[in-house]
Design a protein around this ligand. Structure first.
Ligand code: XIL
Length: 344
C-alpha cells in the first residue's frame, strides 16, 4: 500500500460509515498559487452573478470550462442557424475576470445538431455541413479559447471499440473524428485540440481503445494536440489507478488534461477516501514529464455546484461531496490533501 493510502486509512475509517459527517474546516493557500500548471474549474454563466462562487473561483482557479454553454444544444438551432449568445456571455464574463476559457465541446455523440442528423443518409451533404459546423464553432472562438475538446467521449465503455450509434459515425464512420480535428485546426490555428473521454482510469480496455483512436489520428496526420481524461471517479478509486492511467496516456507523447475531476462519495462502494484519491490524482499528474502536464480542471467549485447534485445524477437522500469546496465556499480536507500533494 502506498504512503497516500496509509495516510488516508485513519481518515477513511472516521468517514466511511453512517451519515455524512461535518467536514473538517481547513485553511489553504490559493490553489493556483501552488499548482505548477493551469488549474481550471467548470462554470455556468449564472454562477458569475454569485459573489461567493466568484470569490472561490477568482482566488483558486486560472481557467474555466463551460459546463453547458459551448455544447451544441446551447447554440445550434433546428434550422441550421446558431445562437451563440450563451457561449459569448460566458466567454465575456470569464475573460472579464482574467480567466482563460477551455472550449467544451464541438463534437459529442449525445448532441448531434438536428440539422446534421437530417443529413446522415447523404454522406456528401453531411460531410459538407459537418465541416461547416465545426469551422463555424471553432472559428467563432478563435483567439478566445486556449483549447477545445474537439471530440468528446468517442469510445465505448465495454471495450468493444468506438461509439457508432450516433449521427456523426452513421454518416462518416470513424473518419468523423479526424475530420473534426482538421476543420477545427483550419478555423483556429492556435487552439490546442483535445480528444476527451471518461472512465479511462477505471476501464483499461476503454483506455486501450481510446489510445488506439488517438494513435490512428496521429498516423493520419490529424492535428491532435492533447488527450483529456475526465476523471469522474469514486472516492474509493483503487490505489494506483491514476498513476497507471496517466503513464499509459502519456505513452503517445501528447500533453495530458485531467479535464473534469470530481471524487464522488455516493459512487464509492468501498472505503471513502477522497483525500487519498485527490492526492493520487496530483501525484500521478506531477509524475508526468513537465511538457505533458497540460492542466487539471475540477468539475465545479463547491459541492452544490456539482452536476452530481443536480438532475438525474442527484441523490436527494444524500447530497454528494465531490469537489474541493463546501457549500459555504470553505476548502475541505480534500482540498487540503490536494495542496499537500502539490507542495510536498
Ligand atoms: C455535464 C454537465 O456537468 C451537466 O451540467 C449537464 O447537464 C450534462 O453534462 N462528461 C462531459 C461533460 O464531458 O460535458 C458532462 O457535463 C459530464 C460528463
Amino acid at each position: 500500500m502506498n504512503r497516500r493510502a496509509l495516510i488516508a486509512a485513519p481518515l477513511a475509517l472516521a468517514a466511511c460509515s453512517g451519515p455524512p459527517v461535518a467536514e473538517a474546516q481547513v485553511d489553504i493557500p490559493p490553489l493556483k498559487s501552488v499548482a505548477p500548471f493551469p488549474l481550471g474549474v467548470a462554470a455556468m454563466t449564472e454562477q458569475f452573478d454569485d459573489s461567493a462562487w466568484g470569490e472561490v473561483v477568482g482566488t483558486h482557479f486560472d481557467r474555466v470550462t463551460p459546463e453547458w454553454e459551448m455544447k451544441a444544444e446551447a447554440f445550434a438551432r433546428e434550422d441550421g442557424t446558431y445562437d451563440f449568445s450563451r457561449a459569448d456571455r460566458l466567454v465575456g464574463r470569464a475573460t472579464g475576470r482574467g480567466l482563460s476559457v477551455f472550449g467544451h465541446t464541438i463534437v459529442w455523440y449525445t448532441q448531434a445538431p438536428a440539422f446534421l442528423q437530417r443529413l446522415t443518409g447523404d454522406r456528401r451533404a453531411f460531410e459538407e455541413a459537418y465541416g461547416r459546423y465545426v469551422r463555424t464553432v471553432a472559428g467563432r472562438y478563435r483567439g478566445r479559447v486556449v483549447a477545445w475538446d474537439v471530440v468528446n467521449e468517442p469510445v465505448l465503455d465495454d471495450g468493444q471499440g468506438y461509439r457508432t450509434r450516433h449521427a456523426f459515425h452513421e454518416a462518416l464512420g470513424i473518419d468523423y473524428v479526424r475530420l473534426a480535428f482538421e476543420h477545427a485546426r483550419e478555423a483556429d490555428p492556435a487552439a490546442v485540440l483535445f480528444l476527451n473521454d471518461y472512465n479511462l482510469e477505471q476501464l483499461p480496455k476503454k483506455r486501450r481503445d481510446f489510445l488506439r483512436l488517438a494513435e490512428s489520428l496521429l498516423k493520419a496526420g490529424a492535428p491532435l494536440g492533447g488527450l483529456g481524461t475526465q476523471t469522474h471517479v469514486p472516492a474509493d478509486l483503487p490505489v494506483g489507478a491514476m498513476d497507471e492511467t496517466l503513464r499509459d496516456l502519456a505513452s503517445l507523447g501528447l500533453p495530458i488534461h485531467v479535464s473534469e475531476v470530481d471524487i464522488s462519495a455516493n459512487r464509492a462502494r468501498g472505503r471513502h477516501e477522497p483525500e487519498r484519491v485527490a492526492a493520487e490524482i496530483v501525484d500521478a499528474f506531477q509524475g508526468l514529464p513537465e511538457r505533458l502536464r497540460w492542466g487539471v480542471t475540477i468539475w465545479g467549485a463547491r459541492h452544490g455546484d456539482s452536476w452530481l447534485n443536480r438532475g438525474e445524477e442527484k441523490n436527494p437522500l444524500r447530497p454528494d461531496r465531490p469537489l474541493l469546496f463546501d457549500d459555504q465556499g470553505r476548502p475541505t480536507s480534500t482540498a487540503a490533501a490536494f495542496v499537500r500533494a502539490l507542495t510536498t
